[in-house]
Design a protein around this ligand. Structure first.
Ligand code: HEC
Length: 122
C-alpha cells in the first residue's frame, strides 16, 4: 500500500461521508423530497453537487494523475464544459456509474436530470 492509495481512500471516504451528511435531511433523500425549483440551473442547483461529488477528478484545473483517471474531456467545474458533457453526465449518474464512491442520491439524480430537461440553464 503506498501513500497515494491512502490519500485517495481518504478522499473517497470524505466525499462519501459529506454526501451522506448533505442528504440527511428530515424525510430522507427521495426525489419527492427534493423541492426542485421551477427551473434547475447550473450555478444554484447542479454545481454544488458537482463540487461535492465530482470535481476532485473532473476539474479543468486538474491534469495527469490528479484526475484519477477521469477523461480529460469531462470537466464539471465550469458551466461551458459541464454543458458539453451534460448528456454523458446524466447517463453516468442515472446509470450509477458515477460517482465512483457510490450512487448519487435520488435527489441528486433528479437535480441533474432536471437540469438537462430544463435546457441546461446557467
Ligand atoms: C474519484 C474520481 C472520480 C469522481 C469523484 C467522479 N468521477 Fe467521473 N470518471 C472517473 C473516471 C476514472 C472515469 C472513467 C471511467 C471509465 O471510463 O470507465 C470517469 C468518467 C466519467 C464520465 C464519462 C462517462 C462516459 O464514458 O461517457 C462522466 C460523464 C463522469 N465521469 C461524470 C461524473 C460525475 C457527474 C461525477 C460526480 C457525480 C463524477 N464523474 C465523479 C472518475 C471520477
Amino acid at each position: 500500500m503506498n501513500r497515494k492509495f491512502w490519500v485517495l481512500l481518504l478522499v473517497a471516504v470524505f466525499v462519501g461521508a459529506s454526501m451522506v451528511i448533505s442528504c440527511a435531511d428530515d424525510d430522507g433523500d427521495d426525489a419527492d423530497d427534493c423541492n426542485l425549483p421551477g427551473t434547475v440551473t447550473y450555478t444554484s442547483d447542479v454545481k454544488p453537487i458537482f463540487d461535492a461529488a465530482c470535481i476532485s477528478c473532473h476539474a479543468s484545473t486538474l491534469s495527469g494523475d490528479d484526475r484519477n483517471g477521469a477523461p480529460v474531456d469531462v470537466n464539471l467545474d465550469n458551466y461551458d464544459d459541464a454543458v458539453t458533457s451534460s448528456a454523458r453526465v446524466v447517463a453516468a449518474v442515472q446509470g450509477e456509474i458515477m460517482p465512483p464512491s457510490g450512487p448519487a442520491s435520488d435527489c441528486q439524480k433528479a437535480t441533474v436530470q432536471g437540469w438537462v430537461d430544463d435546457g441546461t440553464q446557467e
